[in-house]
Design a protein around this ligand. Structure first.
Ligand SMILES: [Zn+2]
Length: 269
């Protein structure tokens, strides 16, 4: 059933990690007056009902970037925030044949018995609001600060919680291969610059909560960010070259750096 789709784990500091059937991870962050929902996943499960079961406070909703596995649940909410550079991506809804392909090839299985194809991913939120670097979500007694990390997509963001000393990273820093070979991704050197700027705030957090991970492994050490910056630096310096990797979103070269890795295009360094 759609109400049983998610797995939830409290990861400390009134923060819940919400697993979208092994595909992506969303977070509900509790303040004193509001809570913040970080990403909306594939839109298969009943996310508003889940959020209400975890916190009685009204949720503010933000997307870490505009990709479908982080935004297709947006239509379940009245208002959603996204970085201006990913607004178009977050607004994009798939035509019918693409929705069929996604259901067959991309969505986690098995789908719930009450999944309704006719209403899945056909509408966005009533209001999609854009934000920029430096925007602050004030939850009452707790604030999360938007840090732009252009690379995976132009409008990718991280959210810094200085009080809980945690960084929500979306797809910009995660314990797997970060996709930089996509058409919308920026050159690798631009992503490297974004990550080094992010590292300038590293004194303000100890752990990372990414958009894809095994729930049981959370939260992750912030050394992941150092490993990523170091590894990409070695690719850009010509010390490392990836091996060919084929994905449903195109081909690239893959390099692994121990705790993380990337897929990139050698003609877009
Ligand atoms: Zn993504």
């Amino acid at each position: 059933m759609r109400s049983e789709w998610f797995k939830v784990r409290e990861v400390g500091n009134a923060t819940w990690a919400i697993d979208d059937r092994g595909s992506d991870v969303m977070y509900l962050v509790g303040g004193e007056e509001r809570c913040l929902l970080v990403d909306t996943g594939w839109g298969v499960g009943d996310l508003p009902a889940l959020a209400a079961s975890l916190s009685p406070l009204p949720p503010t909703v933000v997307n870490t970037h505009g990709h479908p596995d982080h935004t297709f649940g947006n239509g379940q909410f009245a208002q959603v925030y996204v970085h201006a550079a990913d607004e178009a991506a977050a607004r994009k809804l798939p035509p019918a044949e693409m929705r069929t392909w996604m259901v067959d090839n991309v969505l986690p299985k098995p789908l719930p018995a009450d999944f309704q194809f006719d209403t899945w991913a056909v509408a966005g939120p009533d209001s999609l609001e854009t934000i920029q670097d430096g925007h602050v979500f004030d939850l009452g007694g707790r604030a999360l600060e938007v840090i732009s990390v252009a690379g995976h997509t132009p409008g990718s963001i991280c959210l810094l919680d200085r009080q809980a000393r945690v960084l929500f990273t979306g797809d910009s820093v995660l314990p797997g291969a970060i996709w930089l070979h996509l058409g919308e991704s920026l050159p690798l050197s631009r992503f490297h610059e974004s990550l080094r700027r992010l590292q300038g705030s590293a004194d303000a957090f100890d752990t990372i909560l990414p958009g894809h991970a095994d729930l049981q492994a959370l939260p992750l050490s912030k050394t992941l960010l150092d490993d990523l910056i170091d590894g990409i630096g070695r690719i850009l310096a010509g010390e490392l070259v990836g091996r060919e990797e084929k994905t449903f979103a195109g081909d690239g070269l893959r390099c692994d750096f121990g705790s993380c890795g990337i897929v990139y295009r050698p003609d877009r360094l």
